[in-house]
Design a protein around this ligand. Sequence first.
Ligand code: CA
Length: 228
Amino acid sequence: MNQTILIVEDEKEIADTLTYALASEGFTPIWVASVQAAQVALIENNVSLGVLDVGLPDGNGFELLKLIRQAGNEMPVIFLTARSEEIDRIVGLEIGADDYVVKPFSPREVVARVKVILKRMAKPADRPTNKPQRGAFEHKAEQRSVWYQDKNLDLTRAEYELMVTFIAQPNRVFSRRQLIEAIWSSNHPSDDRAIDTHIKTLRAKLKPLNPHKDFIVTHRGFGYSLEL
Ligand code: CA
């Protein structure tokens, strides 16, 4: 299936590398450089996912996403961002984006995220909801517990919050910042290493469940995901 990816980016060099990387992975990239051109492109094409720069000549990516949603388009969106205050807005999720990548980035990183999101989007249709798969983790919210098959996992609060976050979106790559916010809050001063520590202890607890499998996958320079 040839999926169309809309790139909205006013820096030609960045757009070129993204276009190339996406095309070489079998996607159909379309590149535009402004909010207005993006709106036209969205009407004229069946776009599966948008990669939006935040700073654009005739507006910004946040405004563009608002227009996209107002038009009833629920396609997933990844932001390209250069500044930490932008990241705060995106992560706050007031924006409704699916992910973000910080400049400078490698095009391969972006392609990897595009694939993860599209894979996640494709999933709900082909599996029955509310029915835990065999071997899958199960979150019992009322008990504040996480189960693997018939085993109730003995987790610290931080490990529990991590698992709940992962289970809600298997295969999604979470940045350390996103995980910090899942455990504590958006203003928590904790640094990335705190997450690494919790991941390490969590991994040690998951290992006996299946010694041949690493449930938590490290994405270098990115963060972590839960693979089922
Ligand atoms: Ca820009």
